[in-house]
Design a protein around this ligand. Structure first.
Ligand code: CTP
Length: 211
């Protein structure tokens, strides 16, 4: 099967020296890419900036902004059977980019931000993707119900929910504890390394039939 996986944070530049980003190591997405490749699948990883090594045998596209990730996903969807979007995409970007470094002025500063494109939300409705679609939900409360909301709104076949308010799992951590939310059931996976969680998710991904 052919997998497309997004990973890592995006960076939304404000001026040549500054950007907006979020906490994401990219580990979960890279672990998924490695696990899918290990199982013999064809894998394309589209990633924002991380310090990780690309798993051997995985095709790779490096991006920086949400817009670049959106364009890369749209352009590479042909022939994809399973798309897993783990990237922590910035939801907003600065409205204006300053070509010159912004200088300090006064005690306060207001930044105007605008929405970035929603990649997961465009997969079915804009790109017409017909394969298996898996999203991630990083939440600080009510993980299962927010994950279910995303599953329905973005027409996913599975959403992997995790609680990012806990310091022992999730962002920046080597371990994770997730709930897999499907249209008609949920499955809790015990706390484990991201590599083991990735193997479970890839197993599910290959047997789900897209709706
Ligand atoms: N995602 C994406 N493009 C974006 C934002 C998010 O592809 N611009 C994907 C992430 O990779 C992840 C899922 O959507 O798979 C997370 O969605 P999120 O932004 O948290 O969902 P919303 O319900 O839109 O947002 P919120 O939690 O802010 O209500």
């Amino acid at each position: 099967m052919r997998f497309l996986i997004t990973a890592g944070p995006t960076r939304e530049p404000l001026d040549p020296a500054r950007y907006l980003t979020n906490r994401s190591s990219g580990r979960m997405g890279y672990a998924l890419a490695g696990a899918a490749r290990h199982d013999g699948h064809d894998v394309l990883l589209i990633s924002g900036p991380t310090t990780l090594d690309v798993p051997p045998g995985v095709d790779f596209i490096q991006v920086e902004t949400a817009q670049q990730m959106y364009d890369a996903v749209r352009d590479m969807l042909d022939g994809v059977d399973v798309a897993i979007l783990t990237a922590a995409v910035a939801d907003y970007r600065p409205v204006a980019y300053s070509e010159q470094k912004i200088k300090k002025q006064g005690e306060r500063m207001v930044l105007e931000l605008e929405r970035t494109p929603d990649i997961l939300g465009s997969m079915r409705s804009v790109f017409g993707f017909k394969g298996t679609l898996i999203g991630f939900a990083a939440e600080t409360q009510d993980v299962e119900s927010y994950a279910r909301g995303k599953l329905e709104r973005k027409q996913c076949d599975m959403v992997v929910g995790n609680d990012v308010s806990r310091s022992d799992i999730g962002f920046d951590s080597r371990e994770n504890e997730v709930v897999l939310v499907f249209p008609d059931h949920v499955e809790y996976l015990e706390k484990d390394t991201k590599e083991h969680i990735a193997m479970h998710i890839i197993e599910h991904a290959t047997i789900i039939r897209p709706k």
